[in-house]
Design a protein around this ligand. Sequence first.
Ligand code: NAP
Length: 274
Amino acid sequence: MTDRYAVLGHPIGHSKSPLIHSLFAQATAQDIVYTAIEPALDGFADAVRAFRDSGGRGINVTLPFKLQAFEIASAPSERARLAGAANCLRFGDGGLIEADNFDGVGLVRDLQHNLAAPLAGKRVLLLGAGGATRGALLPITAEQPQLLAVANRTADKAHALRRDFAAHAALQTSGYAELAGQSFDVVINATSSGLSQDTLPLPDGLFAPGALAYEMVYGKGLTPFLRQAQAAGVQRVADGVGMLVEQAAEAFQWWRGMRPDTAAALQRLTVPLV
Ligand code: NAP
């Protein structure tokens, strides 16, 4: 019997998830149908229940519903609980709704596996203190970097993360100006500045020799952050397409019990960084 999955977001027309999951299903010979659903902004919970009650097995969740996805869950993972957000739900018997957040593990998998940038012993900087950073903190910490720093335009939001994650990680948190004099091996832009084409006020010398600059936004070519990095001499730059594909692979494995190879999806979705 064909199993049904979907991605829910608003808007959803841009989503690459149906394509990614159909490639995974073909490659693994899984009999699934994966669609895109755009609930009204105040209609997320109703849409989830309707999809589940009609036989749906699980959903991915994108903006702006990740917080609501966490709230609707009866069994959230530790990762989702700490992030306060979920990007994946799985429906079980008796109304069970399990929730997880695969964005951070997708990021780490992309960095270490696809981009050959190990995090152990490295100085890692996350720019931004929103949901994407929240989701990344635990998976990055698990790789035992020498330092994990979070800098945000609104410094108080970064400091709040330090408090929330105190039991799991010793974060260095600040605004951007306080980064002066420090350098990092991996710098990840987890702000939405790539969407608005804004340039972040980053101090000189932020990128250590051989550093990787990673932009979570994908499909936009060279964003202002990646241009900044290149202007500072950084040769290794990447966008978030691999994070997107790898989080999808984690979801597919959680739902179907097998991990798809991600190379074909990555190749299909990669937009040259020019
Ligand atoms: P969010 O919760 O809305 O947080 C946005 C963050 O960006 C905040 O830290 C905000 O700073 C900062 N920001 C926004 N505009 C800025 C600007 N012009 N200058 C400086 N800082 C700015 O968003 P999110 O869920 O964390 O997502 C962040 C980005 O990651 C999005 O662009 C999203 O597309 C991307 N993302 C990619 C993937 C992937 O699979 N590749 C997955 C998840 C997210 P303030 O706190 O000061 O407002």
